[in-house]
Design a protein around this ligand. Structure first.
Ligand SMILES: Nc1nc2c(ncn2[C@@H]2O[C@H](COP(=O)(O)OP(=O)(O)OP(=O)(O)O)[C@@H](O)[C@H]2O)c(=O)[nH]1
Ligand SMILES: [Mg+2]
Length: 278
């Protein structure tokens, strides 16, 4: 006999009323405060305290940017092009890379750094005789940063490598803020996610050199409106080269492969540096 499900604990979820502002430079707590809490917060008596927000992101990002520049110099010095692949979880980054490694083959040497919170599943999927692959597990961190990439690169054999693919942790938000030192940022949008994602998550799309609209083989079955998705991408990321493909059937793959071959040959095509910024 099945037991009834436990009701969720009251503190496992939070409801944020949409009609009230949820951000701002300073908030006030209006609940009555005990004397101890008031003292601990260094607050004025009277039951109301101004909460000071200290933005720790700026020094953190400055440090990351310095390391990212160091990575970029390292990549340039080795004559390789680093591509940072970003998308929601499951959009198809690893599948795209599997096909890419198979099609480029030993002809064009590639290396891959792949980031996930846990498991080396993707690293194992990408293992090929002709490609050096290393998996970064980030624990609880929802994005790769420049220091992780610098350490990950030490585990790779970069001899003769022209293209370094960095598969970021599946996340459309945090990776936008962390430059890894890549020369090319590739943002994937899959047909299973809906046409509106560029509108809802603009920073990552604004920072893209290339947007890959993937899983187009299932667009019709899903009722996915490709024209609307393309219009949204063009609106948010007019600077980006747009490629539509299916990593499963290979449709549209020629354009992706040609772009990579051009990048590897040192003739940037479609990848410009006038990004809107994250
Ligand atoms: N139909 C179809 N399925 C795809 C395509 N690309 C990937 N998939 C499927 O989508 C699922 C997720 O693909 P992954 O390549 O693992 O996605 P990912 O972005 O690497 O996922 P995370 O690393 O977990 O963020 C798998 O079941 C793939 O087979 C495609 O072009 N067409
Ligand atoms: Mg993956």
């Amino acid at each position: 006999m099945s037991t009834p499900a436990e009701p969720p604990a009251a503190d496992t979820f939070r409801i944020t009323p949409l009609s009230r502002a949820t951000t701002g430079a300073a908030r006030t707590l209006s609940a009555p405060l005990s004397a101890e809490i008031t003292a601990a917060l260094d607050a004025s008596p009277g039951g109301e305290v101004a909460v000071r927000s200290v933005d720790v992101r700026i020094p953190l990002l400055e440090k990351n940017d310095i390391l990212a520049e160091r990575n970029r110099g390292f990549f340039l010095g080795r004559g390789l092009v680093a591509l940072n692949l970003v998308s929601s979880p499951g959009a198809g980054k690893t599948t795209l890379l599997e096909r890419t490694l198979d099609e480029l083959g030993p002809r064009l040497r590639c290396a891959v750094l792949v980031g996930d919170l846990e498991t080396d599943n993707d690293g194992r999927r990408l293992r090929r005789p002709h490609a050096s692959v290393a998996q970064i597990t980030t624990g609880t961190t929802c994005h790769l940063d420049a220091s992780m990439v610098a350490r990950g690169v030490e585990a790779l054999d970069l001899e003769g490598v022209r293209l370094l693919f960095i598969e970021n942790v599946g996340n459309l938000v945090c990776p936008a803020s962390f430059d890894l030192g890549e020369q090319v940022r590739v943002v994937l949008l899959s047909t299973t996610e809906g046409e509106d994602k560029p509108l809802k998550y603009p920073p990552i799309f604004k920072s893209a050199h290339v947007v890959v609209l993937t899983k187009i083989d299932v667009a019709d079955a899903l009722g996915f409106d490709c024209a609307a998705a393309v219009a949204n991408i063009r609106r948010i990321a007019p600077q980006a080269r747009l490629i539509q493909l299916s990593a499963r059937t290979g449709e549209g793959f020629d354009e992706w492969r040609a772009l990579l071959e051009t990048l590897a040959a040192g003739r940037p095509a479609g990848a410009t540096d006038d990004r809107g910024g994250a």
